[in-house]
Design a protein around this ligand. Structure first.
Ligand code: NAD
Length: 328
């Protein structure tokens, strides 16, 4: 994600990429060799640069708090990838650190910047579907641990729930408000299925909406879908429908192509990741509030951890009106 954001910044006339920071220095050097900026393995070196205004954090999830607090101490604005952190407590500390330093904090819940979801929000807010009854959201991909081993440590980084389901948890709160209770099943703590992960959760929102969420690191290729049923009709979106050409391969053809691949021809010219960072930069320029706040990130991670708790304890989780977990 760091290189995705760096490329987006390089194409943004309102921003300049000053540094690419990665412990894996050759990785950072390869990127800056291609798009400009300087490479370093030292976060401190980049944060000491007075010409740096803001930092985009795309580190493994368990490091988000450390990096955000370091950036806030250096007086830099922060865009941090989702999930905000491993725990709600860490997320709250990040919100406090940024507020205390007077810097902006935005969380990369990119789904809110997908044109389809922006339109879904408009349709629901306009009352076109009437009262919403049920919603289904699904986000499926191949095992990411094969690409980046840090994802495999569920205790440290939260598995498929904090990687994929967090998107639906955030988006559905954005659309439907607060959650009253939830229940989940999954493979995140299963001793046999260690190479894959899968989770399914059902949520009841305070406004009565019932949601079914499914997330997987056990499929071959990336696909998402959402279905919203209301009083006056049904709204559906599937990433497959936006695909004009599909090639799915489960077997490697040569050494350079070792992962399942799917060729997508999407009709959008600007990626949603680029759009969210353009938004962040615009907010810094104008002083407007960011579209996804640190508090939004905390709300999503609290739900994500409740899903993991429900999976582990096989019990439902209930929430108080302030969003905190109600003790049984
Ligand atoms: N919004 C999205 O669509 C999306 C998609 C993928 C990942 N993400 C999020 O982005 C974050 C990063 O995920 P990724 O897939 O890019 O991971 P990745 O493993 O591809 O990249 C992480 C990078 O961090 C570097 N790194 C690790 N520890 C470091 C340290 N202490 N100092 C400097 N560099 C260090 C690694 O060398 C690696 O290059 C995660 O929080 C993930 O949840 C978001």
């Amino acid at each position: 994600m760091g290189s995705v954001h760096a490329r987006g910044l390089a194409a943004n006339p309102d921003a300049e990429l000053r540094w690419a920071v990665d412990l894996d220095l050759p990785r950072a050097e390869a990127l800056t060799g291609e798009i400009g900026g300087r490479a370093t393995a030292s976060m401190e070196e980049a944060l000491a640069d007075p010409d740096v205004d803001a930092v985009l954090i795309a580190l493994p999830t368990s490091l988000h708090r450390m990096a955000t607090e370091a950036a806030a101490r250096a007086g830099k604005h922060v865009f941090c990838e989702k999930p905000i952190a491993r725990t709600a407590g860490d997320g709250e500390a990040m919100v406090r650190a940024c507020a205390g330093a007077g810097v902006t904090l935005m969380i990369g819940h990119v789904v809110r910047f997908f044109p389809e979801y922006m339109r879904i929000k408009e349709i629901i807010d306009a009352g076109t579907l009437g009262r919403i009854a049920t919603v289904r959201g699904s986000r499926l991909c191949s095992p990411v641990q094969e690409r980046s081993p840090w994802f495999a440590d569920v205790e440290k980084n939260g598995g498929v729930v904090l990687d994929l389901m967090i998107h639906e948890l955030d988006t559905f709160c954005w659309l439907f408000g607060d959650v009253e209770r939830l229940f989940a099943h999954g493979l995140s703590f299963d001793p046999i299925h260690t190479k894959r992960d899968y989770a399914v959760a059902s949520l009841r929102f305070r406004n009565g909406v019932i949601a079914h969420l499914e997330s997987s690191w056990a499929h071959t290729t990336f696909r998402t879908s959402v279905e919203i049923a209301g009083q006056y009709g049904l709204l559906r979106q599937s990433s497959d429908d936006a695909t004009t050409l599909t090639l799915e391969r489960t077997v490697a053809l040569d050494d350079a192509l070792t992962r399942p691949a799917r060729v997508l021809a999407r009709p959008h010219s600007v990626s949603s990741h680029e759009r969210e960072v353009v938004h962040f930069v615009q907010c810094l320029k104008t002083g407007a509030p960011v579209g996804v706040s640190g508090e939004d990130g905390v709300r999503a991670i609290r739900l994500g951890n409740a899903v993991l708790d429900s999976m582990r304890t096989r019990r439902p989780v209930f929430f108080n009106e302030d969003g905190s977990v109600r003790e049984p």
